[in-house]
Design a protein around this ligand. Structure first.
Ligand code: ZZB
Length: 276
């Protein structure tokens, strides 16, 4: 599986409390070296980055901050994906890390400590988006971080909606109103019969109320994914009016060349026996 890692830059922390103390320290250290820190969600849909409203992390997940020598940056991701990346080349046969397979972990974080952080997301309409909790993240897929596009990803739509509708859910994870309420769904792709925000359309059509309605969400995801790719038309950005299938590789390449994204390969997620 070839994923695109999107680089969402960590902005100065906005709280004094203990949960962001480690990140504040890391930002200070990185600043001295002129380095930026990025959350790096893995996606197969780089053309949807115009619709980002937030970034999701698993509150119970284990994450780390890793040196990426090839770009002189710091990536926040799961330890598993950091190991994977360290065995991959960035450009010209150069590995992401100084040496093949050698990872440099600068700090470790529990997901909770990564919630409520302000980020700058490339191509997004919103100047600043926040990290929010998502309980259905798998730490065995991608980087364990997910960028949220509620217009086109049904999981993201119901999860953001749950946070917007439920003050107690926000309170439990230290999420303030400002981190979720101003973030409306951004329509980015028009699909005949599904409107300009297909995930919102499908969630309403299937009456999906909670992120735990797995079967319905899978159905909604499969349908919007397929339709978006086959008959979707961009409604924003420089490729407005063009077919998703035509511009997806172009947007992907442009983001990579602009340093807003990079590639990450992952073997099929099933555990392969070491003896076969
Ligand atoms: C942005 C986006 C926009 C996504 C969209 C989907 C959609 P797949 O096909 O199963 O590999 N994702 C990535 N990592 C994780 C994780 N660890 N746990 C849970 N979800 C994860 O799924 C790849 C997609 O699943 C990724 O692409 C990411 O969400 C999410 F409009 O990124 B996507 C209809 C889907 N639309």
């Amino acid at each position: 599986q070839e994923y695109v890692l999107i680089k969402l830059q960590v902005l100065p922390v906005e709280e004094d409390g203990p949960r962001h103390a480690k990140m504040a320290k890391l930002l200070e250290m990185a600043g001295r070296d002129n380095k930026k820190i990025y959350f790096v969600p893995a996606t197969l849909r780089p053309e949807t980055m115009y619709g980002q409203t937030n970034c999701f992390v698993l509150p119970e997940g284990e994450y780390g901050a890793y040196t990426v020598d090839a770009t002189e940056e710091i990536f926040i991701m799961s330890p598993r994906s950091a190991r994977g990346l360290s065995c991959q080349t960035y450009q010209d046969g150069q590995y992401y890390t100084k040496e093949f397979g050698k990872i440099d972990c600068l700090e470790t974080f529990k997901g909770d400590e990564l919630l409520g952080l302000p980020l700058k997301a490339p191509l997004a309409k919103y100047e600043k988006v926040y990290t929010l909790p998502l309980l259905t993240i798998s730490m065995f897929k991608g980087t364990g971080i997910v960028t949220s596009v509620p217009s086109d990803a049904p999981d993201d739509y119901v999860s953001l909606k749950a946070l917007q509708d439920k003050a107690d859910f926000r309170a439990k994870y230290g999420i303030t109103d400002e981190m979720v309420l101003p973030y409306d769904v951004v329509p980015i792709i028009s699909i005949a019969g599904y409107g300009e925000a297909s995930a919102e359309f499908m969630c309403k059509k299937l009456k999906i109320k909670s992120p735990n309605e797995k079967a319905k969400l899978t159905q909604a995801k499969d349908e919007t994914y397929l339709k978006g790719f086959t008959i979707g038309i961009m409604t924003v950005g420089p490729y407005k009016g063009k077919k998703v299938s035509d511009v997806k590789p172009i947007i992907r390449q442009e983001m990579i060349e602009a340093g807003q994204a990079c590639l990450y390969f992952e073997p099929e997620s099933r555990v392969v026996s070491r003896t076969n």
